[in-house]
Write a new protein. Sequence first.
Length: 339
Amino acid sequence: MLWDWTAPVRRDKPMIGHDSGATTAENYQRFARFEARGRSRLYEDWATAIASDAEVLAFLGRLPPQKRQPNLLFAATRWLAATPTTYTDFRSVVLDRARELEVVMLARRTQTNEPARCATLLPALTALPQPLALLEVGASAGLTLLPDRYGYDYAGRVITAPDPSGPVLKCQPRGPVPVPDSLPQVLWRAGIDLNPLDVTDDEDVTWLRCLIWPGEQDREKRLAAAITVARRDPPRLIRGDLVNDLSALSAQAPSEATLVVFHSAVLAYVSPSRRREFAAAVGDLDAIWLSNEGTNILAELTEQPTPPTGTAPFVLARNGRTPLAFTDPHGTWIQWLTP
């Protein structure tokens, strides 16, 4: 094994997703301050209000802890009632339609499939021996399994998309980012998800749209363009578990390709013990592991980089040991950490 999983989990920094060490109110306060602020005023207002709303907190308290996440609550509310324009209207949906909302939240998952995350993964992918076999856990609809089908713009350094209808993913590089000159060569790709979403299914696509935050029109356009590309040749997705089904699927990758197991904003939604089991499963493979998660999700990194003040970025790391970059959770910037 390459990874040291004995280090204690630190709680001094904000983290993406559900923090089992915090109260629901604290999680919503953290979401408002570190995630929604500057991105979605509506979500910032909702999360701030919920943190002191006893009735809404009581509704959330009846759900399993992993189902109390802001992203899930907000997307499910919009699934039922479009997008309420005020907190009063939002609150009415939660309390007046509590049973309907509970059903949606228990059935659905936070499966944000932001294609722009490919822009933060690309420098790490193109640095590997080509061609690649990509295996994504928590793949949602598989849109981040298609890094070779999109175009990129790194502050004017452009990589043209092979499909003219595909999105051009704009990402601001910070520091010595090894911006690639070309796309990776992908020989094989597949994904695992507990509940794969189908890009050809209108209901699944509607759920993906509900997961985009109000006020982020650029994300809506990127999602639509990425879905258009994916529908022409959907990536292979299997319904399964990131630990139990990893070995069997990885065995199907061609031996002449570099196997890359990767994920973004996935391990925040599984328990620490399951993360350790996943690390052990990846360690048993002849593979490169790229993780793109909140700063405390893989606290066992040998180095704990300090994120920019007032931000809650992801950390892009290789093999559970080496942090490569801070990345914007929605792929709009990347700050390289290593020479």
